[in-house]
Design a protein around this ligand. Structure first.
Ligand SMILES: O=C(O)CCC(=O)C(=O)O
Length: 279
């Protein structure tokens, strides 16, 4: 008889209660070095694909709509519903974020169906079947990658769905992340009061950044971890990061899931997620 080894990636009761109490949970060594190398290639290809569509005029040739705009002085381009955000500073024209990146790269699209991500997500969302909400590639290039101000994700999404509590994130690290290359930082327990007040600093995006009086920076936890690690975090948890001052990039994808049958944030089309069974 041939035996089949079935591995479970579901969270233990201890892991799940840590996620509920803190608003985040880190698992190290989830993806191997070879897998991570493939995801880095996927990130590189997605970047080249986006640049070709924007700069080489491929978008027009393919009948896709390009829209350029600035928000708080930072440059964005929408290629149909895919948003490409450039690094702040306008010198190198490096790409900072591509969302939803799975539309531009098959390897990164396949990652969405990985049981190592979807089994814990089924538990966190509390359903057997999932759909994709969004997938952001955060590139944070060496020496110029900018930081992300303290924010919650829920204020960005509240206008596009009525189940914002069921939109957990998972960040998959494509490079080792540490303080000097701008690792993710989360405010422990800040998800417990739901949506918090936004800033009032006169910027265009002020409402999306969390008011400094609504949380304490002393509760921040640096998510320093090796490439291949994953960080699950709640849509209400306050998080952000510092610029990348190091000589190495800090690439990562953040995938956000939701219950099945709901449309994705930007395409407004349902992207079903492969169902994963409890062995
Ligand atoms: O990439 C980071 O360090 C933070 C990204 C982030 O906070 C976001 O995309 O919402």
């Amino acid at each position: 008889m041939i035996g089949v080894l079935v591995v479970s990636f579901f969270l233990s009761a201890v892991e799940l209660s840590a996620y509920r109490a803190d608003g985040f949970f880190l698992r190290e060594g989830v993806f191997s070095a070879a897998e991570v190398a493939g995801y880095r290639r996927g990130a590189c290809d997605a970047q080249e694909h986006a640049k070709g569509l924007i700069q080489a005029g491929e978008a027009q040739a393919q009948g896709r709509k390009l829209q350029h705009y600035t928000l708080d002085g930072n440059q964005f381009t929408d290629i149909d519903f895919v948003t490409v955000q450039l690094e702040h500073g306008l010198i190198t024209q490096s790409i900072r974020v591509i969302e939803p990146v799975n539309e531009l790269n098959e390897t990164l699209d396949n990652l969405i169906d990985e049981a190592r991500l979807t089994q814990p997500m089924q538990q966190i969302v509390g359903v057997d079947e999932l759909a994709l909400w969004t997938a952001k590639l955060n590139l944070k290039p060496a020496r110029e990658g900018s930081g992300f101000r303290w924010h919650q994700d829920s204020p960005y999404w509240i206008h596009d769905c009525d189940h914002v509590d069921q939109l957990p994130n998972v960040m998959i690290l494509f490079d080792d992340a540490h303080e000097s290359n701008g690792c993710l930082r989360v405010i422990r327990g800040s998800h417990r009061n739901g949506r918090l007040p936004g800033c009032e600093d006169g910027s265009q995006l002020q409402g999306f950044f969390t008011h400094p009086d609504a949380f304490s920076e002393q509760d921040q936890v640096l998510m320093e971890a090796p490439a291949g690690s994953v960080i699950f975090f709640d849509p209400h948890v306050v998080h952000g990061s510092q610029p990348n001052h190091s000589d190495t990039p800090r690439r990562a994808i953040i995938i956000t899931y939701q219950p099945a049958d709901y449309p994705a944030l930007k395409s407004r089309v349902v992207r079903p997620v492969l169902k994963s069974f409890n062995p």
